[in-house]
Design a protein around this ligand. Structure first.
Ligand code: CTP
Length: 400
């Protein structure tokens, strides 16, 4: 998600510095190259060792170290984004007035990239006219301010001035600075996960789908600027972005009832859910008791959501199906593409060791209705999702 992005994080002296440890972790996990700069006061609150370990880069604390000069100009030009979190009242005042008495301020003054600051202070300090004036100056210099939160403060008082939570800062960073625009203005729908078909109030027929692939596709579409609706069966996966509209369903029928009314307003539909092909004809309203004999449960076919969307599809819409085959893979995938009127089918390879339903990795082959056949070798589901979305983007734009 942030692969290849270079992020500088400046930490100043505030109790909220402990939250920045988690922010560094989130950014590194998302693929960013992170370097941390600390003011002398910051080291009283968090250990540089923790931050160098998490960021995998030496922490920068001085303008010169062992007679070596830290090149603040190079650092300022290296970064795609400089984040100062937490921003103390003192550093805010210095930034507002062009002071340069530590490495962080020197980097800030020479940075050519965008700057995000996440202030942290007590409510009275936050509301003081001088703080508000300094904040106004930072905005006028083109810096972006992360809104402060309301809650318990270091003083024990409740009020405004808490630094935003690391997850919220992470989401803000992605949405504001790194979300692509290729699919801006477009709406996408993604189905994901398994479906559960009830046998009685405590039992169901389900499958081993984790939902990982569908969630990763929803996130990759969101990262390209699309508005995303994720309609998912039961899954333990968490969606990273609050901006994605998640609708939880249980059964194939519930999924169908969510997808079809929405379909008219979407530009792209990705049907990655492992929808049950059969459901229980008459689920019992009471728990079925065991008895001596065997038990037969009568199953009926579910509605094929992808095929129904295929029937409704307009020229300007693009839909993607998934196929999981154990034999005649290519022929079956091509048959599904045609039969369900899809524009693209993603064939999950069961033959590649390490790829599959529940794991972290996958390997797929993509077939399009224009005759393309594109193989993507074993990679993490997140990376495969990004590859799939860039192919969708390319083919959808060609079609439009
Ligand atoms: N699908 C769906 N609704 C269903 C069944 C499947 O939307 N009731 C979608 C899946 O999300 C997937 C594609 O159809 O995108 C392929 O599903 P699959 O069950 O593999 O294909 P079938 O056509 O049902 O064929 P078979 O199970 O015989 O392979």
């Amino acid at each position: 998600m942030l692969n290849g992005k270079k992020i500088l994080i400046g930490i100043t002296g505030s109790i909220a510095a402990y939250k920045t440890i988690l922010l560094v972790r989130l950014l590194v996990k998302a693929g960013a190259d992170v370097k941390v700069i600390m003011t002398p006061a910051a080291a009283d609150f968090v250990s540089p060792l923790v931050l160098s370990t998490l960021s995998k880069n030496a922490v920068i604390t001085e303008l010169s170290n062992n007679h070596e000069w830290s090149n603040h100009v190079d650092l300022g030009r290296w970064a795609d984004l400089l984040i100062i979190a937490p921003l103390s009242c003192n550093t805010m005042a210095k930034m507002a007035n062009g002071f340069c008495d530590n490495i962080l301020l020197a980097v800030y003054l020479s940075a050519t990239c965008q700057v995000l600051v996440a202030p942290a202070m007590d409510e009275d300090m936050w509301k003081h006219p001088s703080t508000q004036q300094n904040l106004g100056r930072l905005v006028s210099y083109g810096n972006t301010i992360m809104p402060v939160g309301h809650g318990e403060l270091a003083s024990g008082l409740f009020g405004e001035g808490r630094m935003a939570e690391p997850e919220a800062i992470f989401q803000f960073i992605i949405s504001r600075f790194f979300r692509g625009k290729a699919l801006a203005g477009k709406t996408a729908l993604v189905t994901a996960g398994p479906t559960y078909e009830s046998i009685d109030p405590v039992r169901f027929i389900g499958n081993h789908s984790s939902g990982k692939m569908g969630f990763a596709i929803a996130e990759a579409l969101y990262m390209q600027g699309a508005e995303v609706f994720l309609i998912t069966g039961p899954s333990n996966e968490k969606i990273q972005f609050e901006g994605i509209h998640r609708l939880n369903v249980q059964s194939a029928n519930e999924m169908f009832n969510q997808v079809i009314p929405l379909f008219d307003q979407v530009d792209i539909g990705v049907f990655s859910a492992a929808v049950a092909d059969y459901t229980v004809e008459k689920p019992s309203s009471e728990k079925i008791k065991k008895n001596e004999g065997s038990l037969a449960i009568h199953l009926t076919k579910t509605i094929d959501i992808l095929a129904e969307a295929g029937k409704l599809k307009r020229q300007d819409q693009f839909i993607v199906g998934f196929a999981l085959e154990t034999e005649n893979e290519k022929a079956n995938a091509l048959d599904k593409l045609k039969r369900k009127n899809a524009d693209m089918v993603v064939l999950n390879s069961l033959r590649t060791a390490g790829a599959g339903f529940a794991g972290e990795n996958n390997a797929v082959t993509i077939f399009t209705k224009l005759g393309d056949e594109i193989s993507i070798g074993l990679k993490s589901k997140k990376v495969i999702a990004e590859d799939i979305v860039s192919i969708i983007k390319e083919k959808f734009i060609v079609q439009a």
